[in-house]
Design a protein around this ligand. Sequence first.
Ligand code: CTP
Length: 399
Amino acid sequence: MLKSKTILLGVSGGIAVYKAVELLRLLTKAGATVHVVMTRSACEFVTPLTFQTLSGHPVHTELFNLYQEQEIGHISLADRADLFILAPATANLIGKIAQGLADDLLTTTVMATKAPVLIVPAMNTNMYENPLYQRNEKALREVGYHLLDPVDGELACGWTGQGKMPDPQDIIAAAEDILTSKDLTGCRILVSAGPTREEIDPVRYLTNYSSGRMGFAIAAAARRRGAKVTLVAGPVQLTPPAEVEILAVVSAQQMHDVILDCFDAADVVIKAAAVADYRPQIRQQQKVKKMADDMILELEKTPDILAELGRRKKRQILVGFAAETEKLLEHATQKLISKNLDMIVANDVSAPGAGFDVDTNIVRFLYPDGRVEDLELMSKTEVADQLLDRVRLAWQKHE
Ligand code: CTP
């Protein structure tokens, strides 16, 4: 998402400048070209050389520096940006921008840019709560600037409260959000993710290796693109994506009940969950004791949720997943047809880079008319966006 984007990073003087260094590192790692503008006081905290080394470009500090002006110039800096991030943004910087002042290179560049501006405040908690500061923040939001809320915690000045700069990862997520076109606005997407657990007794259960990452990546990407997302998640160790409704379930039966409740309100259902196909016929009330050398566990089928949705569907777009270890196309096609799906995402979970517990996947998209699209190895987030590109086209056709 940030690949080949040009980002201007404006750094003003506060102790959180050291976190801007990490932010710069993550931005460049994500493939963005970053140009840094620093205020004079920011240079007191960390030298421009650090930012220059990590960005691979000269750092801009002076409004009237002939050499810098000839090379790039603040107008040209402002013009070339896809996004302008101000991190950390001091109360002083925010106050100046809110008043329309432009008395140094950073404020002049902010004034001159047409790019979206993401302001990341960091300051003492009393300054943050000051009504004058709050008035400035409100004024900036009203005219379209994006502002992140500072986080609560121990501040460098000794106070505890709201005022800390958010983690660089959260700033990156906000940047990606701003740069993403909201092409799924109005679309209600129901996603399932993770494994299910089928209890044998109070201390044991049947499950599978699903980590839930694919489904979580789809939910996060759909939300970023403006969809209203409900994520039905089995037991996973993942941080839920922001602004997504999370419905936690444990067993296949619970997943079935929750998904059926939500089905009528959904435009699209994406079933990335690895649902257990069988559960113990009887769930023992007490821990099963070790007895004979052999033991037989009687199992019964769980409901096939997706097959049931396929029977019930009216206008919904149904997307299934087929995680296979052999005969990928054959098995996936059979599921696509028998479950009445609009699309199935097939992946060979035994291939390197395509299993349950990795961040990448290699998938094929299959359609009822026999078309097959092969995708390269890519991150689960990229797979999610590729999938949502197809979903969007199908949804727009339905509308
Ligand atoms: N699925 C489901 N309910 C089940 C089993 C599977 O909704 N009880 C869904 C999965 O979420 C997935 C698709 O059906 O989107 C295919 O799941 P998979 O486990 O690959 O296939 P099964 O139909 O269970 O067949 P098999 O296990 O024999 O491969």
